[in-house]
Ligand binder design. Structure first.
Ligand code: PHE
Length: 442
C-alpha cells in the first residue's frame, strides 16, 4: 500500500539534503585542509594533526550545542519556519566566506556556519514532526524518509566537494558547499506554499500563576535517571562514531592503501561510505527491530542502544586490525576501513532512530520542548569527545586508541545489557505511551 505524505515533506527533505550536503562536504575536507602544508600545490594551513583535531572537535561540538539557542529563538520569537530560513542564509554565507583564503575569513566562516546550523538543524527536524497530527501513523515513516534525505546529502557531498577540494583547491570545495546550501534555500523558498501550516510562531499564552512549579513526582525522578543515562549513551556513542570525519579521515589519508586499478582514491571520498550504508541498510535494520518487537522479543530502546553500542564498537576492532597491518606493511587494506564503517552504521541505525523519541517520552512535560535542543547538545558533546580522543591518539598511537575504543564500547554496551531490565523498570512504561515503536530519526 502506498502511503501519501504531506506535500511539505519533500520540501523539508530537499532543504535538509542540501544543508547536509553543504555540512558534510565541508567537514570531509576540514581536517585535510588544516593539516596540508602551506607550500606547494593546493596549500593548506600547515597545522599539526593534533591542532586540527582540536579545532574539529570544537567546531563539530558547537554546531550542535547551538541547537539549544536555536530552538529557543524559534519557540520564543520567530517560529521554526523563519528560523530555518535565517539559519540557511548564515550557513551559505559562512561556506562562501571560507572560500576566501584568509585566516580571519576562515574563523568568521566557521562561526557563521555554527550559528546557522544551530538555527536550522533542530528546527527543520521539529517541522517534520509538525507535518503530522498527534498519533498520525505516517509520522515515523516520515522521519525515516527525512533521514534518508540527510544521508543522500551526506553521501554525495564528500564525493563532489571532497574531490574538488582535495584535487582542484580547498576554497573551490568550500564554495561548492556554499552553493549547495543556496540550492537548499531555493527549494525551501519555492516550497513555502506547502508549509503554510507548519513552523509558524505561536506566542505561548502568558497565564499568570499557572507556571508549572510542581515538584517532580517519584516516577518523574526515576525517568530522569534513565534520561541522564541515555544522554551518556548518546555522548559515548557519537564520541566513538564521529571519529569518522576527524581521526579516521586523517588515518585514511596516511595509512590506508587507497590504490584501485592504479588510481589513488582521495581520502575524503571515503567520508561518503557511512552515509551510503545508512541509505542501503536503514530500512532493513528498522525492519529487523520491528519484527523482533512483533514477535514479543526484547527490543526496548535501552536494549537497542546497548546492542548498537556493541556493534559500533566492533567497528573499531576492524580499525585495530588495520593498525596492526599498517605497522608491518606500512599501509593497511581498504577492506578494514569499509568493514569498520559498515559495523558503525549498523550500530548507528539501532541508536539514532530511537534516541530522540525515547528521550522525549521520558522527559517530564515541563521540559518537553527543550528536549530536541538538549538531545542535539548531547550529540555535540559526543563530537567534542571524538575530537579529544582523536587528539589523544596523536601521542598514544592509533592502534592503542582504536583498540581502546573497541574495548570501552563493548564493555559499556555489555554493562547496559546487564542492567537494562532495571533501567526499563525505571521508565515506568514510558515507552508504551504510544503503542507504535518509535522510529523518529533526526
Ligand atoms: N547523520 C546525522 C545527521 O547528520 C548525525 C546526527 C545525529 C547529527 C543526531 C545530529 C544529531 O543528521
Amino acid at each position: 500500500m502506498k502511503i501519501r505524505h504531506p506535500k511539505g515533506l519533500p520540501v523539508l527533505f530537499f532543504t535538509e539534503m542540501w544543508e547536509r550536503f553543504s555540512f558534510y562536504g565541508m567537514r570531509a575536507i576540514l581536517v585535510l585542509y588544516l593539516t596540508k602544508e602551506t607550500i606547494g600545490e593546493n596549500p593548506g594551513m600547515g597545522w599539526s594533526n593534533s591542532d586540527a583535531l582540536v579545532l574539529y572537535g570544537w567546531y563539530t561540538m558547537l554546531v550542535y550545542v547551538m541547537a539549544i539557542p536555536g530552538g529557543i529563538i524559534a519557540d520564543k520569537f520567530l517560529g521554526q519556519k523563519k528560523t530555518v530560513l535565517i539559519g540557511g542564509i548564515l550557513i551559505a554565507a559562512g561556506q562562501l566566506t571560507l572560500a576566501v583564503t584568509s585566516e580571519v575569513f576562515f574563523y568568521s566562516g566557521l562561526m557563521l556556519i555554527i550559528f546557522g546550523v544551530g538555527l536550522l538543524k533542530p528546527n527543520i527536524s521539529t517541522m517534520v514532526g509538525g507535518l503530522y497530527k498527534e498519533g498520525d501513523p505516517r509520522r515515523d515513516s516520515g522521519f525515516t524518509i527525512f533521514y534518508i534525505g540527510i544521508n543522500i546529502g551526506a553521501a554525495v557531498a564528500p564525493l563532489i566537494v571532497g574531490y574538488v577540494g582535495e584535487v582542484y583547491g580547498w576554497h573551490i570545495g568550500f564554495s561548492l558547499a556554499g552553493f549547495g546550501m543556496i540550492f537548499g534555500q531555493l527549494v525551501y523558498l519555492w516550497g513555502q506554499k506547502h508549509l503554510t501550516e507548519v513552523g509558524n510562531y505561536t506566542p505561548s499564552p502568558k497565564i499568570e500563576g499557572t507556571k508549572n512549579n510542581k515538584p517532580l513526582t517519584s516516577i518523574e525522578k526515576d525517568r530522569i535517571i534513565v534520561l541522564l543515562i541515555s544522554f551518556l549513551i548518546v555522548i559515548i556513542f557519537w564520541g566513538a562514531y564521529e571519529q569518522a570525519g576527524g581521526l579516521m579521515n586523517l588515518y585514511t589519508k596516511e595509512k590506508i592503501n587507497r590504490m584501485i586499478f592504479g588510481w589513488e582514491i582521495p581520502a575524503s571520498t571515503f567520508q561518503s561510505v557511512p552515509a551510503i550504508f545508512v541509505i542501503l541498510f536503514g530500512t532493513a535494520v528498522a525492519a529487523f527491530w520491528e519484527k523482533r518487537n512483533r514477535k514479543g522479543k526484547e527490543s526496548s530502546s535501552i536494549f537497542k542502544m546497548a546492542i548498537g553500542t556493541i556493534i559500533m564498537g566492533t567497528g573499531f576492532l576492524m580499525m585495530t586490525g588495520a593498525a596492526i597491518e599498517a605497522q608491518t606493511s606500512e599501509k593497511a587494506l581498504l577492506i578494514w576501513l569499509i568493514l569498520s564503517y559498515l559495523l558503525q552504521v549498523i550500530g548507528e541505525l539501532s541508536i539514532s532512530p530511537v534516541a530522540l523519541s525515547f528521550i522525549t517520552k521520558l522527559a517530564p512535560v515541563k521540559y518537553a520542548s527543550i528536549m530536541m535542543g538538549v538531545y542535539f547538545a548531547a550529540t555535540g558533546l559526543g563530537n567534542k569527545l571524538a575530537g579529544l580522543v582523536g587528539e589523544f591518539a596523536q601521542n598514544a598511537g592509533e592502534l592503542e586508541v582504536f583498540a581502546g575504543i573497541f574495548v570501552f564500547c563493548v564493555f559499556f554496551g555489555l554493562l547496559l545489557l546487564v542492567f537494562f531490565k532495571k533501567l526499563k523498570k525505571l521508565t515506568h512504561g514510558a515507552e508504551n505511551i504510544n503503542s507504535e515503536e518509535p522510529v523518529e530519526l533526526t
